[in-house]
Ligand binder design. Structure first.
Ligand code: PGA
Length: 257
């Protein structure tokens, strides 16, 4: 499949924001704003907090906007207080699950190994993982960006077959660009996206590498989205802050058309 044929995926990660009524108001407004987008070229997803998933799923019925979760546990069920299983997320209507977000890695002890286990659970339940990778500022300044990202990608994908990986979404999110207003330049993003795709080619094969969607994340806004999404290996955006406003999020999605 040629690079141009990949669709763009614009996903909104609400993080720990929005009550149920606030979330419903946001998706109601969003549905109206994105109704005319060409669904074969740009797909949208929103990732509300767990408690809002069911209500948002209902509100999204009949719309092309997909539902995503922000995390899930790797075990199927059992004594894991406070955790949510992949089957529960599938049951509530999630198509995607974000795995290994840098905030989970930084604040909640996420490792490459647990990212791999969560990814296995997501795939096992019939959903698509959005696997986040990205270097810290210290790692970038020490010229370790590609080494760190390659280690995270290899760790997340350990044990997966090419046919599974071809349907995955990866999100390159430089930690220094998340929530800081400091976006990677389109050249910086493209360089890492290209490196990830080459790594996928080495780990699997060229065809698989060309099919995987690689999103960029980190201070994506309406005014920088088109430039980032115009890069040949940038297949979408994982949007935090700007996904909390329907107008901004839909403007970003329009930048992907
Ligand atoms: P941001 O967050 O858009 O607020 O920088 C991105 C993310 O964490 O996915």
């Amino acid at each position: 499949m040629a690079a141009q044929a990949r669709r763009k995926l614009i996903a909104g990660n609400w993080k720990m924001n929005k009550t149920i009524p606030e979330g419903l108001a946001l998706v109601r407004e969003l549905k109206g704003l994105v109704a005319s987008l060409p669904g074969d070229r740009v797909e949208l997803a929103v990732a509300p907090p767990f408690v809002s998933l069911q209500a948002v799923a209902k509100e999204l019925e009949g719309s092309a906007v997909k539902l995503a979760a922000q995390n899930c546990h790797w075990e199927a069920s059992g004594a894991y207080t406070g955790e949510v299983s992949a089957a529960m997320l599938k049951d509530v209507g999630c198509a995607y699950v974000i795995v290994g977000h840098s905030e989970r890695r930084q604040y909640f002890g996420e490792t490459d190994e647990t990212v791999n286990k969560r990814t296995r659970a997501v795939v096992g339940a019939g959903m698509t993982p959005i696997i986040c990778v990205g270097e810290t500022l210290t790692e970038r300044e020490a010229n370790r960006t590609l080494e760190v990202v390659e280690r995270q990608v290899a760790g997340a994908l350990k044990g997966f077959q090419a046919a599974e990986v071809a349907g995955f979404v990866l999100a390159y999110e430089p930690v220094w660009a998340i929530g800081t207003g400091r976006t990677a330049t389109s050249a910086q993003a493209q360089e890492v996206h290209r490196a990830i795709r080459e790594q996928l080619g080495r780990l699997y094969d060229r065809g698989t590498a060309e099919r995987v969607l690689i999103q960029y994340g980190g201070s994506v806004k309406p005014d920088n989205a088109a430039e980032l999404l115009g890069q040949p290996d940038v297949d979408g955006a994982l949007v935090g802050g700007a996904s909390l406003k329907a107008g901004d999020f839909s403007a970003i999605a329009k930048g992907g058309v």
